[in-house]
Design a protein around this ligand. Structure first.
Ligand code: HEC
Length: 128
């Protein structure tokens, strides 16, 4: 009986090691971002920039991009293509924080936790 209980504990430990500590962020990323930036953050050719190598990884001003989007164009084959990142006004500050932590934890070598207070402060300073 004791052996069985110990075995079960071991299984539970293994399972928890494999889970990302930012499960909500991971889920939100999958639901809101991965269709464009891909699950592995690699983006889509020249239309969608990769996230894993973005200069905004590790930078809290990523909150501005998520909350307000980017309206931009690229010039290719003699035409301007719209290259628009939608805004996510429906995401709460907690959800934005969780996405940022998931993304940074996954693709930033020098990970530091971002807090909701950091995100609130960054959102007040977004370029309008
Ligand atoms: C409909 C497609 C689409 C979705 C969904 C989307 N993005 Fe984007 N994202 C883009 C495009 C296109 C750009 C480039 C915009 C530009 O520079 O003109 C971009 C740019 C970015 C950038 C800036 C990258 C850089 O290095 O300049 C970040 C950060 C980012 N997105 C994060 C996210 C996150 C986080 C989510 C989910 C909450 C998300 N995006 C959802 C299309 C999308």
């Amino acid at each position: 009986m004791i052996q069985r209980a110990m075995f079960m504990c071991f299984v539970v430990l293994l399972a928890s090691c494999n889970e990302s500590p930012y499960m909500q962020g991971k889920r939100l990323y999958a639901a809101n971002c991965a269709n464009c930036h891909m699950d592995d953050g690699s983006g889509l050719a020249s239309l969608i920039p990769p996230l894993k190598s973005s200069k905004l990884i590790g930078d809290v001003s990523m909150a501005c991009v998520i909350a307000y989007g980017i309206r931009d164009t690229i010039f290719r084959d003699s035409v301007f293509l719209p290259r628009e990142m939608p805004s996510f006004t429906r995401l709460s500050e907690t959800e934005v924080t969780n996405i940022i932590n998931y993304v940074n934890h996954t693709w930033h070598n020098d990970f530091k936790e971002t807090t909701i207070l950091d995100v609130e402060a960054a959102l007040k300073k977004c370029p309008k």
